[in-house]
Design a protein around this ligand. Structure first.
Ligand SMILES: NC(=O)c1ccc[n+]([C@@H]2O[C@H](COP(=O)([O-])OP(=O)(O)OC[C@H]3O[C@@H](n4cnc5c(N)ncnc54)[C@H](OP(=O)(O)O)[C@@H]3O)[C@@H](O)[C@H]2O)c1
Length: 264
C-alpha cells in the first residue's frame, strides 16, 4: 500500500531547471502534484512551467539561489500562499568540481558545501514547522535529499563533492530518526552517474574530464524517486554498479579503493 499519494501533494523541488530535478517535476505534475520549481535560471524554469501547464497537476516558479536564506524563506511563503502549505521538500540542487584538493582554492570547498550541504540542512530546519503542519492536516510529509553513491564511497579527484554528499548522508540518517516521531519521513536518494547537465556546470574541471556518455537517464532516476516517495523508502541507491560499489566498499574497503584509484 502507498504511504503517500503524489496526486494533490504540495511539492517544492530545488534544482528543477535541468536534469534530475526537471525530470522529477515532470513526473510529479503528470501524477497530479502541485509543484513549486526553483533554481537560478528563470528562463529554463518558465519554459518548464509552461510545458507543464497542461499536466494533471500544477506548476509555479520562483527563481533564486538556494544558498540564499531569504530566497528559501520566500519559497516557503509561496507554498503557503499558493497551496496553504508543503508536503514534500525535495533538496535536489547540487554542484560538483573535479581536481585534486590541494591544487584548488578554498572557494571551491566553500561553494560545494554551501550548495550541497548547508543550504539543504538549513532548508530542513526552516521547512520543519510547515511539514509538521502538513502532518497535523492528516498528510504524510517527507523530506527528499538527493545525495550520491559518492556519499557512500569516496573517489579521488572529487574530495569536496564526496565530503558534501557524505555530510548529507550522515545528516539525513540522523534527522530521519529525529523527525520520525513527528511523522515526517526523510528519504535519501543516492544516484550514480546520470546523464544530465551536471558535468557542464562543474565549478572546476582540472582534468578536462569527458562528458558522461553512459549512466541512467534523469527520467529513470525520477521514476525510482517517485516509487520511493510513494512507498516511504528510507534510502535508495541507484544503479546495479552503484550498489555493488557501495557494498564492496563496506565489505572490502582496500579492494574498493584499488578499483576506484584505477578506474574512478
Ligand atoms: N549527474 C550525476 O551523475 C549525479 C550523480 C549522483 C548524484 N547527482 C546529484 O543529483 C542532483 C541533481 O543533479 P543533476 O545530475 O540533475 O545535474 P544538473 O542537471 O546540473 O542539475 C543541477 C540543478 O541544481 C541547480 N543549482 C545548482 N546550484 C544552485 C544554486 N546555488 N541555487 C539553486 N539551484 C542551483 C541547477 O540550476 P541553475 O543552474 O539554474 O541554478 C540545476 O537545476 C545533484 O544534487 C547532484 O549532486 C548527480
Amino acid at each position: 500500500m502507498a504511504r503517500r499519494e503524489i496526486r494533490n501533494a504540495r511539492v517544492l523541488i530545488t534544482g528543477a531547471s535541468s536534469g534530475i530535478g526537471e525530470a522529477l517535476a515532470r513526473a510529479m505534475v503528470a501524477g497530479g502534484a502541485k509543484v513549486l520549481l526553483t533554481a537560478r535560471r528563470q528562463e529554463r524554469l518558465d519554459e518548464l512551467a509552461s510545458e507543464l501547464a497542461s499536466g494533471a497537476g500544477e506548476a509555479r516558479v520562483l527563481a533564486g539561489d538556494v544558498t540564499d536564506g531569504e530566497h528559501r524563506r520566500k519559497l516557503l511563503d509561496v507554498m503557503q500562499a499558493e497551496w496553504d502549505g508543503i508536503d514534500i521538500l525535495v533538496n535536489n540542487a547540487g554542484v560538483g568540481a573535479i581536481g585534486h584538493f590541494v591544487k584548488a582554492d578554498d572557494r571551491r570547498l566553500r561553494t560545494v558545501m554551501e550548495v550541497n550541504f548547508f543550504a539543504v540542512a538549513e532548508f530542513v530546519r526552516e521547512a520543519f514547522p510547515m511539514l509538521k503542519e502538513s502532518r497535523q492536516q492528516g498528510k504524510s510529509p517527507a523530506i527528499v535529499n538527493v545525495g550520491s553513491v559518492l556519499g557512500h564511497t569516496a573517489v579521488p579527484g572529487k574530495s569536496e563533492y564526496c565530503a558534501s554528499k557524505f555530510a548529507l548522508h550522515g545528516f539525513s540518517d540522523s534527522v530521519r530518526n529525529e523527525l520520525k516521531r513527528e511523522g515526517i519521513d526523510v528519504i535519501l536518494i543516492s544516484p550514480s552517474t546520470t546523464k544530465s547537465e551536471f558535468t557542464d556546470s562543474l565549478l572546476e574541471d582540472q582534468g578536462g574530464t569527458a562528458k558522461n556518455p553512459y549512466g541512467m537517464t534523469p527520467d529513470a532516476v525520477a521514476a525510482h524517486m517517485i516509487r520511493g516517495i510513494r512507498t516511504g523508502r528510507r534510502e535508495i541507491i541507484l544503479s546495479v554498479s552503484g550498489t555493488l560499489l557501495v557494498w564492496l566498499d563496506r565489505i572490502c574497503p582496500p579492494l574498493a579503493s584499488l578499483i576506484l584509484r584505477r578506474f574512478g
